[in-house]
Design a protein around this ligand. Structure first.
Ligand code: SPV
Ligand code: MG
Length: 558
């Protein structure tokens, strides 16, 4: 059985037998079989999906897709490199059109070993001289290889294969080069004796007569292969009756691609629009499918775990920011420029830097002026009379099992977000225990926690007990002095989302819901016995509530 591959778009569901074994079986099958040309990874995949049981890696087509002639202008390693792409994305066997073997017997030995390493099932070599020319260009002027020398190449190839099923096909060019049937048969016999697994008899005639005559004389001494490019109008049944084993459709994928590309390129060039061609070409989705994009998405879920953020962010930014007076006359606070870009842009960039690309912003005041790209804007039309929780409810369709909820007027260092993303817990929030040099503009929220921030606690679980506008509170618990400032950033994951949804439902039933803010939500959750974990930080953030804050922000980011 073929080994399971980690190659992205190789299906591992229905493993077929070894590719060389598959090719050998095709050649030895009593039924007439067919293989189709492919010239790169995507065409190989298309051929496999169409139902073909094998691929012809055509020298003509692979050269053409590189934009070079079929005269060994592409080096053999360049051919093998392309074969690797083709082999990686398919499970059916590939028979390489190996031209003359790219040199003498020694080159042939190395070629066979390199092909086996890439799971190429077999190689066909033709009895011409290196560098060869395509059989349909001046065929009669092309010299044939010396029989004995060519037999040596076949033997060398067979002797160097490690996989007993690897196939070597000997291709006879005698009819192409203007020799007669008896020369073709003489060569076929010699190549058979040298160990060829099959004979390919090539013809450039528009009628099948000479290959039918050959097949009759050859009488299936080995499997017989044909390439009916020139005698294409012959009914396939004729080949079947003649006892042909394998038909190679040798160049039809590259010709189909070229015809389509020429037509589309011409049309777009002339019309200067895409509007007429969209329906004539493959949808982008089809390209993604052929590349196996879906498999990668699934693998990311499997292997990235928490390492890659599937989190989304909800930014609350519906208010004007009255304290900033005239500055917010024509735009909301989040659109104020700081160091050349809007405050909101700084926030969004921080999220994007950590791969959080699903960002929703709840806007209200002057929402139409928010022009930060790459975010969804959700409106809270009642922004003037409602608080943060009403804005959060407006975004409830964006809730996910790993969501960040934050104020839009926070400037913070990236590590804070990174640490929050790496923290465990259903709900985690950030508390600044330093509180130094911090403006107390606006009305700060103070956090009361299960433990003060001590370096010795580093990494230990600390829970939020209460958020209050008061720096000191009357408490019948064993705390009354706040442990820091709550910065207004929450992460809810797993169950945390359900907790928040349930809490919002309960709070919505209360008459003062429209005045409630995120701190009220946290306090309610705690009163319901839910745990909110604390991530302590020591500075490195700023919320913009006043002109002083704005000055500070300029100092930090300007
Ligand atoms: C090829 O496909 O490159 C072949 C077949 O060698 S033919 O072009 O018919 O010679
Ligand atoms: Mg060729």
């Amino acid at each position: 059985m073929q080994k399971i591959s980690s190659t992205p778009n190789k299906s591992t569901k229905t493993l077929k037998s070894k590719k060389s074994t598959q090719l050998k079986k095709l050649l030895q099958s009593p039924e007439l079989q067919f293989i189709m040309e492919a010239h790169n990874g995507v065409s190989a995949r298309i051929v496999e999906e169409a139902g073909f049981k094998g691929i012809w890696a055509s020298g003509l087509a692979v050269s053409a897709q590189y934009g070079v002639r079929d005269n060994n202008e592409a080096s053999w390693t360049q051919i093998v490199e392309m074969l690797e792409f083709m082999s990686d994305v398919t499970q059916i066997p590939i028979l390489l059109d190996g031209d003359t073997g790219y040199g003498n017997f020694n080159n042939m030995r190395r070629l066979v070993r390199k092909l086996e390493q890439r799971e190429i099932a077999g190689v066909c070599i033709e009895d011409k001289l290196f560098p060869k020319t395509n059989s349909f260009i001046n065929g009669e002027k092309q010299p044939l290889a010396d029989i004995e020398e060519f037999c040596g190449k076949i033997k060398a190839g067979k002797d160097s294969q490690l996989d007993e099923d690897f196939c070597i096909v000997a291709r006879i060019e005698a009819l192409i080069a203007g020799w007669d049937l008896s020369e073709a048969l003489r060569r076929a016999e010699a190549y058979h004796v040298a160990g060829a697994d099959a004979i390919l008899i090539h013809s450039k005639s528009s009628r099948p007569d000479e290959i039918i005559a050959f097949a009759k004389e050859w009488a299936s001494r080995t499997p017989l292969i044909i390439i009916p490019t020139k005698y294409y109008s012959t009914p396939t049944e004729v080949f079947r009756q003649a006892g042909i084993s394998l038909i190679i459709w040798a160049n039809h994928m590259i010709r189909a691609a070229v015809a389509s590309m020429e037509a589309i390129a011409r049309e777009v060039q002339v019309s200067e629009t895409l509007v007429n061609i969209e329906e004539k070409i493959a949808p982008i989705k089809e390209i993604f499918r052929l590349q196996g994009a879906e498999e990668l998405l699934e693998a990311e879920k499997r292997y990235f775990g928490n390492g890659k953020n599937q989190s989304n962010a909800i930014i609350l930014a519906a208010t004007r920011g009255e304290e900033l007076h005239g500055l917010t006359r024509d735009k909301p606070k989040v659109m104020l420029p700081i160091a050349g870009k809007a405050l909101l842009r700084h926030v969004v960039d921080k999220f994007k830097k950590l791969n959080i690309n699903d960002i929703s912003l709840v806007a209200g005041y002057k929402a139409e002026t928010i022009d930060v790209p790459g975010i969804k804007i959700i409106h809270n039309p009642e922004y003037a009379t409602t608080g943060e929780l009403a804005s959060l409810v407006a975004a409830k369709n964006q809730f996910s099992d790993d969501m960040l909820v934050t104020y839009g007027d926070l400037l913070f260092r990236s590590y804070i977000l990174r640490d929050l993303l790496e923290s465990a817990g259903e709900i985690i929030t950030v508390v600044d225990s330093a509180m130094k040099n911090k403006s107390t503009s606006g009305s700060p929220d103070y956090a009361y926690c299960s433990q003060a921030d001590e370096l010795s606690l580093f990494g230990q679980d600390v829970n939020l007990l209460q958020i209050s506008k008061n720096k000191q509170i009357e408490s019948n618990q064993n705390y009354n002095k706040s442990h820091g400032r709550w910065i207004g950033m929450l992460r809810c994951q797993g169950q945390g989302r359900q907790w928040v949804e349930a809490a919002l439902c309960q709070l919505q039933a209360q008459p003062e819901f429209n005045k409630m803010n995120l701190a009220d939500l946290c306090n309610h959750l705690i009163s319901q016995g839910k745990t909110i974990k604390v991530l302590y930080i020591r500075g490195h953030w700023l919320d913009i509530n006043s002109l002083d804050d704005l000055d500070l922000a300029f100092q930090l980011h300007g």
